[in-house]
Ligand binder design. Sequence first.
Ligand code: UD1
Length: 418
Amino acid sequence: MDKYIIDGGRRLCGSIRAQSAKNSVLPLFAASVLTEKQVIIREVPQIADVVCMAEILREIGAEVTFQNGDVLVDSANAKSHEIPYALTRELRSSVFMLGSLLTRFHRAMIAYPGGCDIGQRPIDLHLSALRSLGVSIRERDGYIFCECDKLRGAEIALDFPSVGATENILLAAVKAEGRTVLQGAAKEPEIVDLQNFLNAMGAKVHGAGSDVIEIEGVKTLGGVTFRPLKDRIEAGTFLIAGAICGGEVEVVGVQGENLRMLLHKLRENGCKVHAKNGKIRIESTGKLKCNRRIETMPYPGFPTDLQAQQTTLNCGAQGDALIEENLFETRFKFVPELKKMGADVEVKGRTAFVRGVEKLHGATVVSGDLRGGAALVLAALGAEGESEVLDLSHIDRGYSDFEGKLVGLGAAIRRVKL
Ligand code: UD1
């Protein structure tokens, strides 16, 4: 497994272009088999989760071609509705295939999905919504078997605004008979992107971005060429890196309003932040103040996918911070690694108490999940001395050319292939 060697303490200066959003592209891949026509997704990031999702589509018989950064999906000959454990264990997003396989074949069989080890991640909300749409579901030996004569529109209310469940409902309802009204939907920008993609195929979906989404089932869906939205989480990671290291970092492609809570917190830290015309720019002296409190929440609240990075920032800032993780129970698993670098953090259940220290110091740490791993890289970039971040497999799931972009900003980071 590859590792990074990082020499900390360099200022970061320069501009990067955000990649397309991982959390948009993955459901779009699932949506691309809703039609037998060709689908082209533009500027797909080169990340391991995309490769895995492409394997899942190939498993059901679709042709997936990577061409100059774009991906062409032709599922005219797709036949299988079964996705084995070897593929779903790698990737939580395999669960989206339930909705699209049901629309395409009226049946689906998938192994329980895996992904980052950041908590229990049940899929009860997905399954009960599918039942409302007329699907009968059996669970046996780690597999979920779904089938229906036809999908029927329904009134659905989610007890919690789950991103994945909202997307799965869209995928299962687009061609259902009649109208589906989803109350309590998640409001993430990636859901708006999925709505735009589906509507470009000929679907009738309205309301994404608010908590009520209406889907009028249509008979057919056509091909589409689509450029996904840019990755606000990748962008946020680079902005936090700029804050920690000091310097001036600009991220191009992401709207400030999609990162409003993070930008607010970075200003609290003492950074200057400007967002205009799809560009966000941060100026930092590297001398930061702690945020008093951060609570992760569904969008538009502070994103759980930036919690680890912002916790890391607070570890090297002045003062105390309290960080509450409300989405995934084990998302502080990176903290013991951060402590090896001199961080003063105490975790009790879902809350981390941070006492800022003057500077973190270099250490050898192990990346155990995607965002926690990115946070350790940021800690190493800001620390005094040399660090090694071991096991890049998780970081590679979500960041395309992470080290290349950081080197472009002036960081001293190199990948050692093992
Ligand atoms: C998506 C994102 C992930 C992000 C998360 C929260 C993708 C591919 N992944 O994950 O990066 O961290 O949103 O913003 O878009 N829950 C249930 N039952 C369910 C479904 C969810 O209890 O059936 C709970 C989860 O355990 C969790 C919360 O709801 O506590 C949020 O999960 P959800 O919004 O579904 O996250 P994902 O779609 O898995």
